[in-house]
Write a protein that binds this ligand. Sequence first.
Ligand SMILES: [Zn+2]
Ligand SMILES: [Zn+2]
Length: 132
Amino acid sequence: MSGRNTVQRTIIEDELRRLANHPTADEVYEAVHASHPSIGRATVYRTLGRLSDEGLIGRVKINNGADHFDHQAFAHYHVRCTCCGRVDDVMIPVLGEVDEAAARVTGYQITGHALQFDGVCPACQQGLASTA
Ligand SMILES: [Zn+2]
Ligand SMILES: [Zn+2]
């Protein structure tokens, strides 16, 4: 990996940490591009993909929507607002027992599961958020 790539990677990872709220790749790109216009969209997408493949950041897959990225790579759940599309953490204990139950009934060696909550965020409940 060249020095330039390492610098770009650090900038992109720092921006994800600064945004902190599960941005999409496009949102990371907009933020990175504002301060570092030489970094292109493809670089941001590729770098986010690599960071998540390496387990350094999380990727939140959304049904019928763009993936969101997460500076917190440890296992945790997310809730998505069905009105404005924002994604927030749901810090409840990860349900290890469902992995065991799934292993029992399928014979699979279960390596993990995905659980996404849907709901209406506090701002949308008060009619404060703009629709997206
Ligand atoms: Zn909302
Ligand atoms: Zn998260």
